[in-house]
Each structure stands twice: as structure tokens, then as C-alpha cells.
Design a protein around this ligand. Structure first.
Ligand SMILES: Cc1ncc(COP(=O)(O)O)c(C=O)c1O
Length: 407
């Protein structure tokens, strides 16, 4: 397998050559990643050359609309789904909210859904509110020590009333990668759909949603090297079953049904730059093939680099007795999104790290439910250090030294 060419990678991100960011190692990537050059270039071109109402018959407009379509078709192809099954919205929180409104109309009182207490609030609160419409909400709970979701426990929650199971591919504080295909198969066998929050997973490699079997898969482009957009895959069968949430005349177009807001044209178009970047990465590392193959190749390339950097860091952290690492200490089982409970407020520690050129954050990261379930006071929060494939071993070394000083 290829080894990631970190110099090539970093050359694709203008932030790494930006003078004002020199000497700063970025470890709050789970909050929002740096943006790749390909996205920034498309955004600039759109705003300078194509910033007109798209899909009209004049040239600038035709190009604008074509670029928006290109973004959908190329991201969909990387993820193994049809173009019509991928749509953009202002954020994942809003995409989930709209979807929950569709389920509110679709489900009947007395039917049930399953939510977890491992999720970020975005894939939790909107679903729990369906209780107001007479829907029974069942909670699939994490292990208070490990933060893990046990699929065997999900089986105990399922019966013929359950129509939907919502869970994360990876929590933004526990970091553990959940076995989505296995969980989905369990839910489907019980007759339930699944809605997977992939926001904390996608930056580490886009999954093939067809292989996972998920009915809905959500992620946020602004955490995945792109502009501030939410990306939603909804498979056709479910998308056509749920009531249209958009203008009535858009109801026959699958990718418009769950995006009632007018799209942010420039940002949607610029999302094609994520596909440009993934393809450039694959080509640079000698890979050739179709889009789904490129998606899989880039996924494995990113993951291998991240796991290599993450394991020594985890080893050092678990050796300390003055903090609690949330989630697995085995790098292959988790994303490089590492939350540390310090037994004291985390935000001042993040501020102290900033003095050593480390950009990190402290708080609850909208994951109050998992923190509470694990006995961590959300008011104190956790110190979160999160990186991606563009992080270098020198940056991790700098982080390690800084942690030794501030902890
Ligand atoms: C795991 C997870 N899910 C959902 C969200 C919400 O995403 P958005 O900001 O696009 O609404 C976040 C944002 O931090 C997240 O980390």
C-alpha cells in the first residue's frame, strides 16, 4: 500500500504556507478543517466569473449550474451512490432537522425510533423531539466506562414498532468507529431504516455508502476540506417514501426534496473541489480507476497515515494518571479525535496550549449527552485534540511536548 506523501498533501492547503499561521500546529480539525486549494480556487472563480442565478441559458449561468451539478455527481460517485441521492444543505444540523420533520409526518403515533447517547446533539435532539408527536423514543446507551455502543444491546431495543435507528459513524468525543454495516444490517432485519451521522468520520476518508447499506448518511463539507455546507446522502427508496419538505414543484426531484432552503450556489459548486483534491491525491500516489475506487484508495491512504501518527500519542496519554482518555486506546479502532477529561475545566488548558503554538479547544463540543453518560461534567468539558491526514509527525511531536508542559 502507498505511503502518504505529506509534503504533497500540505502543498494542497494554502493554510500551511500562510504567514500568519506559521508556527501554529492545528489540532481542532474536528471543529472544522483547513480548506484545500482546489475548493478555494473554485470558490474564487465562482464569485468572480459565475455569480449569477444558475441554470439560465446564458453562458455564465450555464457554467454555474453545471458546476453545482458536477459537485453532486462527483461526490456521489466517490461515495458509491447515485447523483440524485446526494444533496447539500446549510449544515448537518439543518439537514437532520429537515429530515426529522419529514419523519414527523411519515411516522404514526405509537411507532418508535432509536437514538443514542453517543451522538452529537445534531443527530439526537431533532429526533428526540418526535416524542411531541406521539413517537416513542428509545435510547441506545453507551457503556459509561468505554463510551462504546454495543450492537447486541441495540437488538434488545428493536421490535416491529421501530422504524428508524439514528447513530453516529464516529462520535466527536468518544472517537470510536462504529461498525455501521453491522448495525445497519441489524436495524434492517428488524424493518427499521438507519440515519448515520458521518460528520466525525468523513474527514478521515469518505465511506462507500452503498457498501455500508445506510439509508441516510450525513457529513459536513467544512470539516472535510470544503466550504460551509452539509452533505446528505439519502437512498432513493427512503427519499421517495418520505413526504417532500421543499416547494411542491420540486417534489419530483429527489435531491431537492429535503432542502427547503435556497442553495448557496457558490459553496455547492466549490464542493467539486473536494473531489478534485481526492483525485489529485489518488493520482499523485499512482492510483487509477473509477470514482468509487478512488474514494476507497484515498480513504485507506488517509487512515494509514493517521493511525501511524495517532498510536504513539495514545500510548503516551494512557500512560498518564492525571487524565482520562475517552474512547479506545487502539488507534485502528478510532478517529484521531481525542477527548481528554482532566478533572478540571478544559478551556483554560486549551488557552495554555495556545501559548505553545497549539490550536486546540476545550468544552462540551455539543456532545453533552455522551459526556454526562461517561461521568464527565459538561461544564468542565474535555480538552479535544483532533487531527487529520495533513497533520505531520513534527506537529504531533510539538503537541506532545506542549502537553507535557501544560498538563
Ligand atoms: C459528530 C458531529 N455531528 C454533527 C455536527 C453538526 O454539524 P454542522 O455544524 O454541519 O451542523 C458536528 C459538528 O461539530 C459533529 O461534530
Amino acid at each position: 500500500m502507498s505511503v502518504l506523501d505529506i509534503d504533497f498533501v500540505r502543498a494542497q492547503f494554502p493554510a500551511f504556507s500562510e504567514p500568519s499561521l506559521q508556527g501554529q500546529a492545528f489540532f481542532e480539525n474536528a471543529g472544522g478543517s483547513y480548506t484545500c486549494r482546489q475548493v478555494i480556487d473554485r470558490l474564487t472563480r465562482f464569485y468572480t466569473q459565475r455569480k449569477v442565478q444558475p441554470y439560465a441559458p446564458y453562458e455564465a449561468s450555464r457554467l454555474a449550474g453545471a458546476e453545482m451539478d458536477e459537485a453532486r455527481s462527483r461526490l456521489a460517485a466517490l461515495m458509491g451512490v447515485a447523483t440524485e441521492e446526494l444533496s447539500f444543505g446549510p449544515s448537518t444540523t439543518q439537514n437532520t432537522y429537515v429530515l426529522a420533520q419529514a419523519f414527523r409526518q411519515f411516522l404514526k403515533p405509537g411507532e418508535a425510533i432509536v437514538v443514542t447517547n453517543q451522538d452529537h446533539e445534531a443527530n439526537s435532539g431533532p429526533w428526540r423531539r418526535l416524542a411531541d408527536a406521539g413517537i416513542e423514543v428509545r435510547e441506545w446507551q453507551i457503556d459509561p466506562q468505554t463510551g462504546s455502543l454495543d450492537p447486541a444491546q441495540l437488538e434488545n431495543l428493536l421490535d416491529d414498532k421501530v422504524r428508524l435507528v439514528c447513530f453516529p459513524h464516529c462520535s466527536n468525543v468518544v472517537g470510536e468507529i462504529n461498525p455501521v454495516a453491522e448495525i445497519t444490517a441489524i436495524a434492517h432485519a428488524a424493518g427499521a431504516f438507519v440515519c448515520v451521522d458521518g460528520v466525525s468520520y468523513a474527514p478521515h476518508g469518505l465511506p462507500n455508502v452503498d457498501d455500508l447499506g445506510a439509508d441516510v448518511y450525513l457529513f459536513s463539507a467544512y470539516k472535510t476540506y470544503g466550504p460551509h455546507q452539509g452533505v446528505m446522502v439519502i437512498r432513493r427508496v427512503l427519499g421517495e417514501l418520505l413526504p417532500n419538505q421543499a416547494h411542491h414543484f420540486n417534489g419530483d426531484t429527489l435531491y431537492k426534496r429535503f432542502t427547503p432552503a435556497g442553495p448557496d450556489h457558490a459553496q455547492v459548486a466549490a464542493c467539486a473541489g473536494i473531489a478534485d483534491y481526492f483525485e489529485a491525491l489518488a493520482a499523485h500516489h499512482g492510483h487509477q480507476g473509477d470514482a468509487a475506487g478512488t474514494g476507497a484508495f484515498v480513504h485507506d491512504l488517509m487512515r494509514a497515515h493517521e493511525v501511524d501518527l495517532l498510536q504513539p500519542l495514545l500510548d503516551r496519554l494512557v500512560a498518564r494518571n492525571d487524565l482520562r482518555l475517552l474512547g479506545p486506546s487502539d488507534a485502528s479502532r478510532r478517529a484521531p479525535t481525542v477527548a481528554l477529561a482532566l478533572g478540571r475545566p478544559a478551556e483554560p488548558v486549551a488557552a495554555h496550549l495556545a501559548e505553545f503554538g497549539i490550536m486546540a479547544g476545550g468544552g462540551d463540543f455539543y456532545a453533552q449527552r455522551p459526556l454526562e453518560a461517561m461521568g464527565v461534567d459538561p461544564a468542565q468539558g474535555v480538552l479535544r485534540i483532533s487531527f487529520t491526514h495533513y497533520t505531520s509527525s513534527a506537529e504531533v511531536e510539538k503537541l506532545t511536548e506542549a502537553l507535557d508542559r501544560v498538563l
